[in-house]
Design a protein around this ligand. Structure first.
Ligand code: PGA
Length: 253
């Protein structure tokens, strides 16, 4: 049974005051029956976690260290995240893969750190436009996915959320069509079924991300293997994010 999830990714946006204002305002909106995750800048996470009273809304981080505690200046370890009781963390976002050179191997190490501290990773995978045009989409997805779920292959009790985010759709205003997204989600489900078994694959939420907004969300969310969205730009403004939550709640009903 699909249980929809709407995850917002604020990236490196919002002042401390704006961030607090958003969460306080959201507290007063009517609660919705949809699991919601807000991935906020790490520096505000604890304050927002303390402030957030909205039912079904969890605060998350956008990245974690691939190392344990120790001499890693500037890194935020999974152990630290767990000590704030933050339950989710994005890993492998394409902006980090591209701008900071994160590799599949490092991302898999981050996921292992999160598992050590019982945090659910939200693993982002996706192809560039060039890869799509040269017919590489499925190879890229398979490679990123298999590395990302490597620990689940030996212990399938670990949780994971997967976000398919075609890089050409992120922040561009160009959304994948329902057919394009649906096809890749079907492929992800098939790979997960092969390596983890169909029963486990059916429990793994698969989110779509990339210029998802209140106008296109419903058509995407209605695809068989799409369980909701990872929302960047449209999560920055509370009303548009709340409208997407509403759409997911409707799909849940
Ligand atoms: P976007 O970003 O919704 O602004 O395209 C999505 C993401 O990068 O997670």
């Amino acid at each position: 049974m699909k249980e929809y999830i709407v995850a917002g990714n604020w990236k490196s946006n919002k002042s401390y005051l704006d961030a607090k204002g958003y969460v306080v305002k959201l507290n007063d909106y009517p609660p919705l029956d949809v699991k919601t995750i807000l991935a906020v800048p790490a520096i505000y996470a604890d304050t927002l976690f303390q402030l957030s009273k909205q039912k079904n809304v969890a605060i998350a981080l956008q990245n974690a260290s691939s190392y344990d505690d120790g001499a890693y200046t500037g890194e935020i370890s999974a152990k630290m995240i767990a000590s704030l009781a933050i339950p989710y963390c994005i890993v492998g976002h394409s902006e980090r893969r591209k701008l900071l050179g994160e590799t599949d191997e490092q991302i898999a190490d981050k996921i292992d750190q999160l598992y050590l501290h019982k945090i659910t990773p939200i693993l982002c995978i996706g192809e560039t436009m060039e890869e799509r045009n040269t017919g590489e989409t499925f190879n890229i997805i398979r490679r990123q996915l298999l590395k990302g779920v490597r620990s689940l292959i030996s212990d399938s009790s670990f949780p994971i959320i997967i976000a398919y985010e075609p890089i050409w759709a992120i922040g561009t205003g160009i959304t994948a069509t329902e057919e394009q997204a649906g096809e890749v989600h079907e492929f992800i489900f098939q790979i997960l079924s092969e390596v983890l078994g169909k029963e486990k694959a059916e429990t793994i939420p698969l989110l779509y991300g990339g210029s998802c907004n209140e106008k296109n969300a419903e058509a995407l969310f209605r695809q068989k293997h799409i369980w909701g969205g990872l929302i960047g730009g449209a999560s920055l403004e509370l009303d548009s994010f709340y409208n997407i939550m509403r759409i997911a709640a409707k799909c849940n009903a």
